[in-house]
Design a protein around this ligand. Structure first.
Ligand code: OXD
Ligand code: MN
Length: 634
């Protein structure tokens, strides 16, 4: 082994790692890996190095270190811990997240890039000696199920036991996969993540936020993340790997999507799998957790072409979910998991003196005081701007493994993935789209449902909330190929496949003129059940200028049978009225976005929008601005 190692690499590793960890690293027979590790051990200069070999002892060591280092604290329920991020580090930092590209590469105005040389230089300056006095953790993971066409091997280097602990819950272990691939010379490429929380204050939160950088060295499969702990910035395999995976997918003819994967039960125990793209904080996790259905994933899906069908796998195996609003009535499955013993990390919630946790809209009375991301907290505590500090942050999270949930699909790790019957797009839209609608065909769906997805910004990213933004496929924040090319990849994806999935849109956020929600939280179960029936052609639909919508009678039965609710014609008419002025205005906003923000928009996008506009204008001429569904019923 040692002969093939560069002498300097061997020397560095031997002098920096103790014998046990050196041996664990060497078991992965990959000079590329050794060189990479040696470079960053030397550069970041940790005091000690720990190699996670996925053994129970290693994982126990990580759990224990997270507590000892003060990155996590224990809670009353066995296996539960909490973590706080700096109050200025509570969401994805879009401003300081950059894709590094060489000179001459242009991803278009909608994607934030930076010159590779300058970005790498800055990242390395920040990383220099950053781990002095600290421990470096090296851990191997698989994105996608192990040993499958979906697998992407990854290695994470971090000085945060919290980050590694999260990753252990969220991703499939990869040490054996690395050994296997290296031994059979099949480890030519893997994703690499170098993270440091940087200096921390007495609360153990990153304090040099001015040096927070998330730089994605796209063509070298490396991501640097510094001076941050918030999961969306620091957990390499999550949204950082997504940029690398989107590029990889684009060169290998598959898709990396910001999508849940969910099995919906149809009549006679039929199970139909859906993918669903939603921007952060728009109902993706609660949809994936629908009661009675079968969860495969709640955030990132890899989609590949099967022989005649689309197949999807969850890139992850756990959930880094938003906790605000989770309550016993609407989220019984999650509620049970969050209140049972088992491994869960709560971040940025309120911690009480008795070791309990509380969050906004938990559905129980708020404690008077506790500990939260702002320090000691009490009702009425104000921030520096004089605003009330809530008990938990709106972007407070929980991390758990899907296999700790009662509704996890038994084939979660199936290397073949799942055949997909329908693909769904949903945004936060108070006044335009109906609650559920099927696209006319694949291209119409990709463009009008996916590429035109519009949503209001949320607390998942730093910055102002509630601003309407076009967010193609709910994936704009993570794109690493030009937007037009990405849309074309989606259009082309099913070419030649016999069974292209149907495409749908959903909208959980419609409001009436007084600003009241038109739907209840769990109505989405009915929308998914209706889509399930459509995939199998079991129900008819009404053709509107924007797509196919449900017939009242079919929804009435579904509401009654699955939610035990009376669904009135009046509710249906209000929710499914086609709103012509709002739809026309949206087309103009979308056109403007593609004309100004995307330099390589495929011509077909504008053509499909023009045709949709014409259909809307014709309908307006015949029926007026607001068309209740029965008017269109033939
Ligand atoms: C997430 C996000 O954390 O999209 O999943 O912000
Ligand atoms: Mn997400």
């Amino acid at each position: 082994m040692e002969e093939i190692m560069d002498e300097v690499v061997a020397f560095t590793l031997k002098s920096r790692l103790d014998e046990a960890n050196y041996k664990k690293l060497l078991k992965v027979n990959s000079p590329t890996l050794h060189k990479f590790v040696a470079k960053y051990v030397e550069h970041c200069n940790p005091d000690t190095v720990f190699v996670n070999d996925d053994s129970e002892e290693s994982v126990e060591y990580i759990r224990k270190t997270a507590i000892e280092a003060g990155e996590e604290g224990g809670l009353a329920i066995d296996g539960h811990t909490y973590h706080f991020d700096n109050s200025g580090d509570q969401g994805r930092d879009k401003k300081n997240t950059r894709i590094l590209v060489p000179k001459g590469v242009d991803l278009g105005p909608a994607i934030d890039t930076r010159d590779r040389d300058a970005g790498c230089e800055e990242a390395h300056q920040i990383l220099n000696n950053i781990m002095k006095g600290r421990k470096l953790f090296i851990s191997f993971f698989c994105l996608g199920p192990a040993n499958s066409p979906f697998t992407i091997p990854c290695v994470q280097l971090t000085d945060s036991s919290y980050v590694i602990h999260n990753e252990f819950l969220l991703y499939r272990p990869g040490y054996q996969e690395f050994i296997r691939r290296a031994d059979s010379n099949a480890l030519s490429k893997f994703f690499r993540f170098v993270h440091s929380q940087g200096e921390v204050d007495e609360r153990k939160v990153s304090k040099n936020l001015d040096k927070r950088r998330i730089y994605i060295d796209l063509y070298h499969d490396i991501v640097y993340s510094t001076n941050t702990q918030y999961g969306g910035n620091s957990i390499g395999l999550k949204k950082l790997a997504m940029r690398l995976a989107i590029l990889k997918a684009s060169t290998e003819d598959w898709l990396t999507e910001h999508m849940l994967v969910l099995g919906i039960r149809g009549p006679r125990e039929r199970m139909t799998y859906f993918t669903g793209a939603y921007p952060s904080m728009c109902g993706k996790t609660s949809t994936a957790m629908l009661e009675g259905e079968s969860i495969v994933g709640d955030d990132i899906a890899y989609l590949r072409r099967g022989e005649s069908e689309v197949r999807a796998a969850n890139a992850e195996r756990g959930m880094f979910g938003i906790i605000q609003g989770v309550n016993a009535k609407d989220d019984p499955l999650l509620w049970k998991a969050l209140n049972s013993s088992g491994e869960i990390i709560f971040s940025n919630v309120l911690v009480t003196a008795s070791g309990g946790v509380h969050w906004i809209d938990k559905g129980v009375e708020s404690p008077q005081k506790g500990l939260n991301y702002s320090g000691e907290w009490y009702i009425g505590k104000k921030d520096t701007a004089g605003k009330d500090i809530p008990p938990s942050h709106p972007n407070a999270r929980f991390t758990l493994s899907l296999n700790s949930l009662g509704n996890a699909d038994p084939r979660l790790d199936d290397p073949e993935g799942f055949e997909i019957g329908g693909m769904v797009y949903g945004g936060r839209d108070s006044d335009t789209c109906v609650p559920v609608e099927e696209a006319f065909d694949w291209v119409h769906g990709v463009i009008v449902k996916g590429a035109c997805l519009e949503s209001e910004t949320t607390a998942a990213t730093l910055g102002k909330e509630g601003i309407r933004e076009i967010n193609p496929m709910a994936n704009l924040d993570f794109l690493s190929v030009p937007v037009g090319r990405y849309i074309q990849m989606n259009i082309d994806f099913v070419t030649g496949l016999k069974k292209a999935p149907l495409i749908f849109s959903v909208n959980y956020f419609l409001k009436d003129e007084e600003g009241r929600w038109l739907n209840e939280r769990n109505d989405k179960k009915v929308w998914y059940q209706w889509m399930e029936l459509r995939v199998h052609d079991d129900v008819n639909a009404i053709e509107t200028p924007t797509g196919f919508i449900p017939i009242y009678d079919d929804l009435e039965i579904l509401f009654r049978e699955s939610l035990h609710k009376d669904y009135s014609k009046a509710e249906y008419n209000k929710q499914f009225t086609i709103r012509i002025p709002e739809n026309l205005a949206k087309i103009e906003r979308v056109k403007k976005f593609y004309e100004t923000q995307v330099t390589d928009t495929p011509a077909i996008l504008f053509e499909v929008l023009e045709t949709q506009k014409k259909r809307l204008m014709d309908a307006k001429g015949k029926f007026g601005d607001y068309i209740p569904p029965f008017v269109l019923l033939k």
